[in-house]
Design a protein around this ligand. Structure first.
Ligand code: B12
Ligand code: SF4
Length: 505
């Protein structure tokens, strides 16, 4: 079959700080290609919509799949589906990805015939059986698939993360993937899933709180095949198991592979496994994202982060000692007042780290989707990007955004202060010499992307597609009810080891 796979365009945040290759879609592309299909990938983060339309006309896909990790992309995906149905009659259109997995039936209904099937859960095991069944109109019999005919059996988990290798060769304009000064930057996955259970997060519910690892040799082989000098490790929490991080490091050392790395982890994991992170600094680990979320114990408890403010501050000291540049995330509660924003600005100015703000947002698939008592003020998918307020703000909304943007701007200026600006100019010069302009563009774009008028205008756009209403509950729903991949007893035995279940029930 001629199969076209599409990633929608970048969201607000990615317009400035980063834009990364769609690893999940590349792995789905590889699985489809291994099954004998002719596959093309169009990533609208780096290619234009008019190019997609032209390629649909010339390639005439018999099947077209859209990746929906992000809720905010759903209206765009439905528009692409409608276009594909009109431009390539008979084309089988399907969606898959993290966010759409939690609301598959709802989206199918909204698409009103433009979408034939939605894959819930991991795409690699589902895509080949789906394409085979599509020919016979039997999509709904495939594990993980939902179609207008009904829901298939429970989704299957991939046997091993080692295969298939992402089809990186199918991507165009790879030089447009970057994160900050790591420009250009590729991505890689060492592990999948997260054993913790933060209330605002759906990473653990998607994988039924399972946690799987690629074999160190396969991970190092994949790294050896990456041409970019910089690599973003996409794992939710890097190096939970020290022997795994060490195993990959050893395999990279044997192959003499050195790159510059960016990863995400937790404070307690960094404190526990400091030696692994130290070893990785020798391999090129430069940047780390720590989801601190709150600076006080009350906030950390609320999000069930299972770390203390003291752990967080000790982790920052450890990272500084190791020479790793840290980006901290803090969650902005729409209930914040001016004083709270002021305290956060003060905190951000008092630490050398990059501080990043995201707005508390209940998502389908998270616990707070069901338990957040405040009613949604909007159900416009496009605003569910953790940069907009979707529950009532305590301050008038324009004042809330003014405070938010002001805080982001103060933090941003801090990083573009004189000392940093000199450093940035050096990086800029180096990147421009290599023809890399992503970092340069980022430096000048802040004011255009983050501004109060734009945020407010986003709320006034006419809305065609809305999220479903949450089923409100006083207490949290049973965990299994939130899972996309339910854990079988065998699977639980295979994936959970000591340490991995540190946050267990
Ligand atoms: C790496 C990552 C990123 C990267 C790369 C994103 C990219 N270009 O793909 C960066 C850092 C850029 C990023 C940014 C953001 N992210 Co992010 N990200 C992740 C993370 C940690 C891992 C994703 C990943 O690569 N996994 C590995 C690959 C192999 O898996 P996968 O992508 O899920 O793909 C599999 C399936 O989903 C499925 N699949 C995927 N596509 C398709 C397509 C088809 C057709 C099919 C059949 C199947 C299928 O099959 C794949 C293989 O099994 C997830 C958390 C998670 N564990 O999923 C959050 C996550 C997806 N991100 C999230 C958020 C909120 C964001 C931001 C909005 C954050 C912000 N501050 O603004 C931005 C917006 C990005 C944008 N599109 O512009 C949320 C999504 C929330 C939501 N419900 O919408 C998540 C779930 C994190 C969370 N804890 O809540 N992100
Ligand atoms: S540690 Fe918490 S926030 Fe991070 S991926 Fe796991 S559940 Fe999500």
């Amino acid at each position: 079959m001629r199969v076209m796979l599409v990633h929608p365009s970048a969201l607000m945040y990615s317009e400035i700080f980063l834009r990364l290759e769609p690893l999940g879609l590349e792995r789905v592309a590889a699985a489809a290609r291994d099954a004998g299909h002719e596959v093309r990938v169009v990533d609208l983060q780096v290619l234009s919509r008019s190019l997609l339309d032209r390629e649909i006309a010339s390639f005439r896909p018999e099947a077209l799949g859209v990746s929906l990790n992000y809720l905010a992309n759903i209206p765009e995906a439905i528009d692409i589906a409608r276009h594909a149905k009109a431009a390539a009659p008979g084309c089988f259109v399907f969606f898959g990805g993290h966010s759409v997995s939690f609301i598959a039936e709802h989206v199918l209904q909204q698409a009103d015939g433009a979408v034939d099937a939605i894959v819930r859960g991991e795409g690699e095991p589902a895509v080949a059986p789906l394409l085979a069944a599509a020919r016979d109109g039997a999509a709904h019999t495939v594990p993980g698939v939902v179609s207008p005919q009904g829901r298939g059996p429970a989704p299957k988990l991939l046997d091993s993360l080692d295969r298939p290798l992402p089809a990186r060769d199918l991507m165009r304009k790879r030089n447009r993937y970057f994160i900050g000064e790591l420009d250009p930057c590729a991505s890689i996955e060492f592990t999948r899933g997260c054993p913790w259970d933060c209330s605002f997060c759906s990473a653990w519910t998607f994988y039924g709180r399972s946690y799987r690892k690629a074999s160190p040799e396969a991970a190092a082989d994949e790294m050896a095949s990456i041409r970019e000098p910089n690599v973003f490790i996409v794992d939710d929490v890097a190096f939970i198991r020290p022997e795994h991080g060490d195993g990959i490091a050893a395999a990279l050392e044997r192959r003499k592979i050195r790159k510059r790395y960016y990863l995400e982890t937790r404070s307690d994991v960094l404190l526990r496994n400091e030696e692994v992170f130290r070893r990785w600094t020798r391999l090129g680990l430069r940047y780390m994202f720590l989801g601190m979320e709150a600076i006080d114990a009350e906030g950390l408890d609320l999000y069930r982060k299972r770390v203390s403010p003291d752990d967080n501050f000790r982790a920052l000291e450890t990272a500084r000692r190791l020479g790793i540049m840290v980006a901290i995330n803090l969650i902005v509660d729409p209930a914040w007042d001016e004083e709270r924003f002021r305290v956060v600005r003060e905190f951000a100015m008092s630490v050398p780290e990059i501080v990043h703000l995201t707005v508390m947002t209940p998502y389908p698939g998270t616990e707070i989707w069901h338990t957040e008592a405040r009613h949604l003020t909007t159900r416009d998918y496009r605003l569910f990007d953790i940069q907009h307020a979707v529950v009532p703000t305590k301050l008038p909304i324009d004042v809330f955004y003014r405070e938010l943007v002001r805080t982001q701007a103060v933090i941003n200026r801090k990083h573009l202060g004189l000392k940093t600006a000199v450093g940035a100019m050096q990086v800029l010069g180096r990147n421009l010499l290599h023809g890399q302009t992503n970092f340069a563009r980022m430096l000048w774009k802040f004011g255009r992307v983050y501004n109060v008028q734009r945020q407010l205008a986003d709320h006034r756009r006419p809305v065609e597609f809305e999220l479903p209403l949450p089923q409100r509950r006083v207490s949290a729903p049973a965990r299994q009810d939130l899972y996309i991949h339910a854990r079988t007893a065998t699977h639980a035995r295979r994936t959970a080891g000591p340490g991995e279940t540190a946050a267990a029930d």
